[in-house]
Design a protein around this ligand. Structure first.
Ligand SMILES: [Zn+2]
Length: 292
C-alpha cells in the first residue's frame, strides 16, 4: 500500500529565514589573474619600487569631470590631493565603448564595496576584467553600521532625481559632469553608466535596508590605484556633495568641494610581459542564447 507523504509542516518562509546565507558567486571559480603568483602584490609597490613611472597628471576641478586614457598594463591613481572629496568613476574599453564597467555584476562577484584585489568587470556580452584595484590606502572595511568605502551600490547624483525632489534644474550633478566629459570623447549620455563611488562611505540601514551615506573618511594623501587590464578610457566626476556630509536634496548650505588629482603610471619596458601578464579577453561564451 502506497503511503502518500504528509505535507511538510515547515513553510517555505521558515526554511528561507532559517537557512544560512549562501555566497552566490565564488571568486575562486573565476579565471585567475594573469601573470605569476606574486605579480599583483608587487603592483602595489610598483611605483615606489621603480617599476612604474609617472607619465601624466591631471586635476579634476570641483563639480566637474575629466577623462583620460590608460593603456593596458598602466596604472592610474585617484588621489585626495586638496581636501575630502568623493568621485564617481566610469570606464570603457577604448576599442569598443559598449564594453564598459558593469557595477551590478561587479557587486555580485565581489561585494557592495570594493577594495584591493577586486576587479572591475565589464558588461555583457564582454564580461571581462577591465581593471583591478591594486591599492586602497583607506582600507576601511565595514564599520558597525555596515558602511564601507568605494561602493557599487549607489548610482550617481543626477539632475532628473534632483528635479523630482526639489523642482530645481542643476547641471553639476555627477551624471551631467560625466555627460559633458563623455561628449568631449565622442560619447553620448547613453554611454554614461553606473559608477564606482570612489572614496564614498555608504551602506544600507539595519532597519529597512535604506541606502545611507556618511562623511567620507578620505584624508589628503589617500589614493585608490587601478591596474588597466585592457586599453581604457576613464572618466571621473568630483561630486557636488563634496565629502557627502549632507543628504541629497537637504538644505544645509553648499557643500565644500575640492579638486582631485589623477596620476597615470607606465610600467618599465618588458616588466609585465616578463612576469607572464597579458591583457584580458572577452567572454568565451559561444552560444546564441538558444536563438539558433
Ligand atoms: Zn555626485
Amino acid at each position: 500500500m502506497s503511503q502518500q507523504s504528509k505535507p511538510s509542516s515547515v513553510s517555505r518562509r521558515d526554511i528561507a529565514r532559517n537557512a544560512k546565507p549562501m555566497i552566490c558567486y565564488r571568486v575562486e571559480n573565476l579565471p585567475p589573474k594573469r601573470g605569476d603568483a606574486g605579480l599583483y602584490a608587487s603592483l602595489r609597490t610598483a611605483v615606489s619600487g621603480g617599476n612604474d613611472s609617472l607619465v601624466s597628471t591631471l586635476v579634476i576641478p570641483p563639480r566637474d569631470a575629466r577623462s583620460w586614457q590608460v593603456p593596458a598594463g598602466h596604472l592610474w591613481r585617484i588621489v585626495c590631493s586638496h581636501g575630502p572629496q568623493v568621485a564617481d568613476m566610469n570606464c570603457w574599453s577604448t576599442r569598443d565603448p559598449r564594453d564598459r564597467f558593469y557595477a551590478s555584476k561587479t557587486r555580485q562577484i565581489h561585494a557592495t564595496h570594493l577594495t584591493t584585489g577586486d576587479r572591475l568587470w565589464s558588461n555583457m556580452p564582454y564580461l571581462r576584467p577591465l581593471a583591478t584595484i591594486v591599492e586602497d590606502t583607506i582600507a576601511y572595511g565595514f564599520d558597525d553600521d555596515g558602511a564601507g568605502v568605494h561602493d557599487v551600490i549607489g548610482s550617481r547624483c543626477d539632475p532628473y532625481t534632483h528635479h523630482l525632489m526639489t523642482g530645481e534644474d542643476v547641471d553639476d550633478c555627477c551624471h551631467s559632469n560625466l555627460v559633458r566629459a563623455a561628449a568631449g570623447d565622442g560619447l553620448t549620455e547613453g554611454d554614461v553608466h553606473d559608477v564606482l563611488n570612489v572614496f564614498m562611505c555608504t551602506g544600507f540601514t539595519r532597519d529597512g535596508n535604506r541606502y545611507f551615506a556618511k562623511p567620507s573618511p578620505v584624508e589628503v594623501g589617500d589614493y585608490i590605484e587601478f591596474f588597466a587590464e585592457v586599453d581604457l578610457l576613464v572618466s571621473a566626476s568630483t561630486c557636488p556633495q563634496g565629502d557627502v556630509s549632507v543628504a541629497c536634496g537637504d538644505v544645509g548650505g553648499t557643500p565644500k568641494t575640492y579638486p582631485l588629482t589623477v596620476e597615470i603610471y607606465r610600467p618599465k619596458e618588458g616588466w609585465l610581459e616578463g612576469r607572464g601578464w597579458s591583457a584580458s579577453e572577452v567572454s568565451g561564451y559561444g552560444g546564441n542564447h538558444g536563438l539558433g
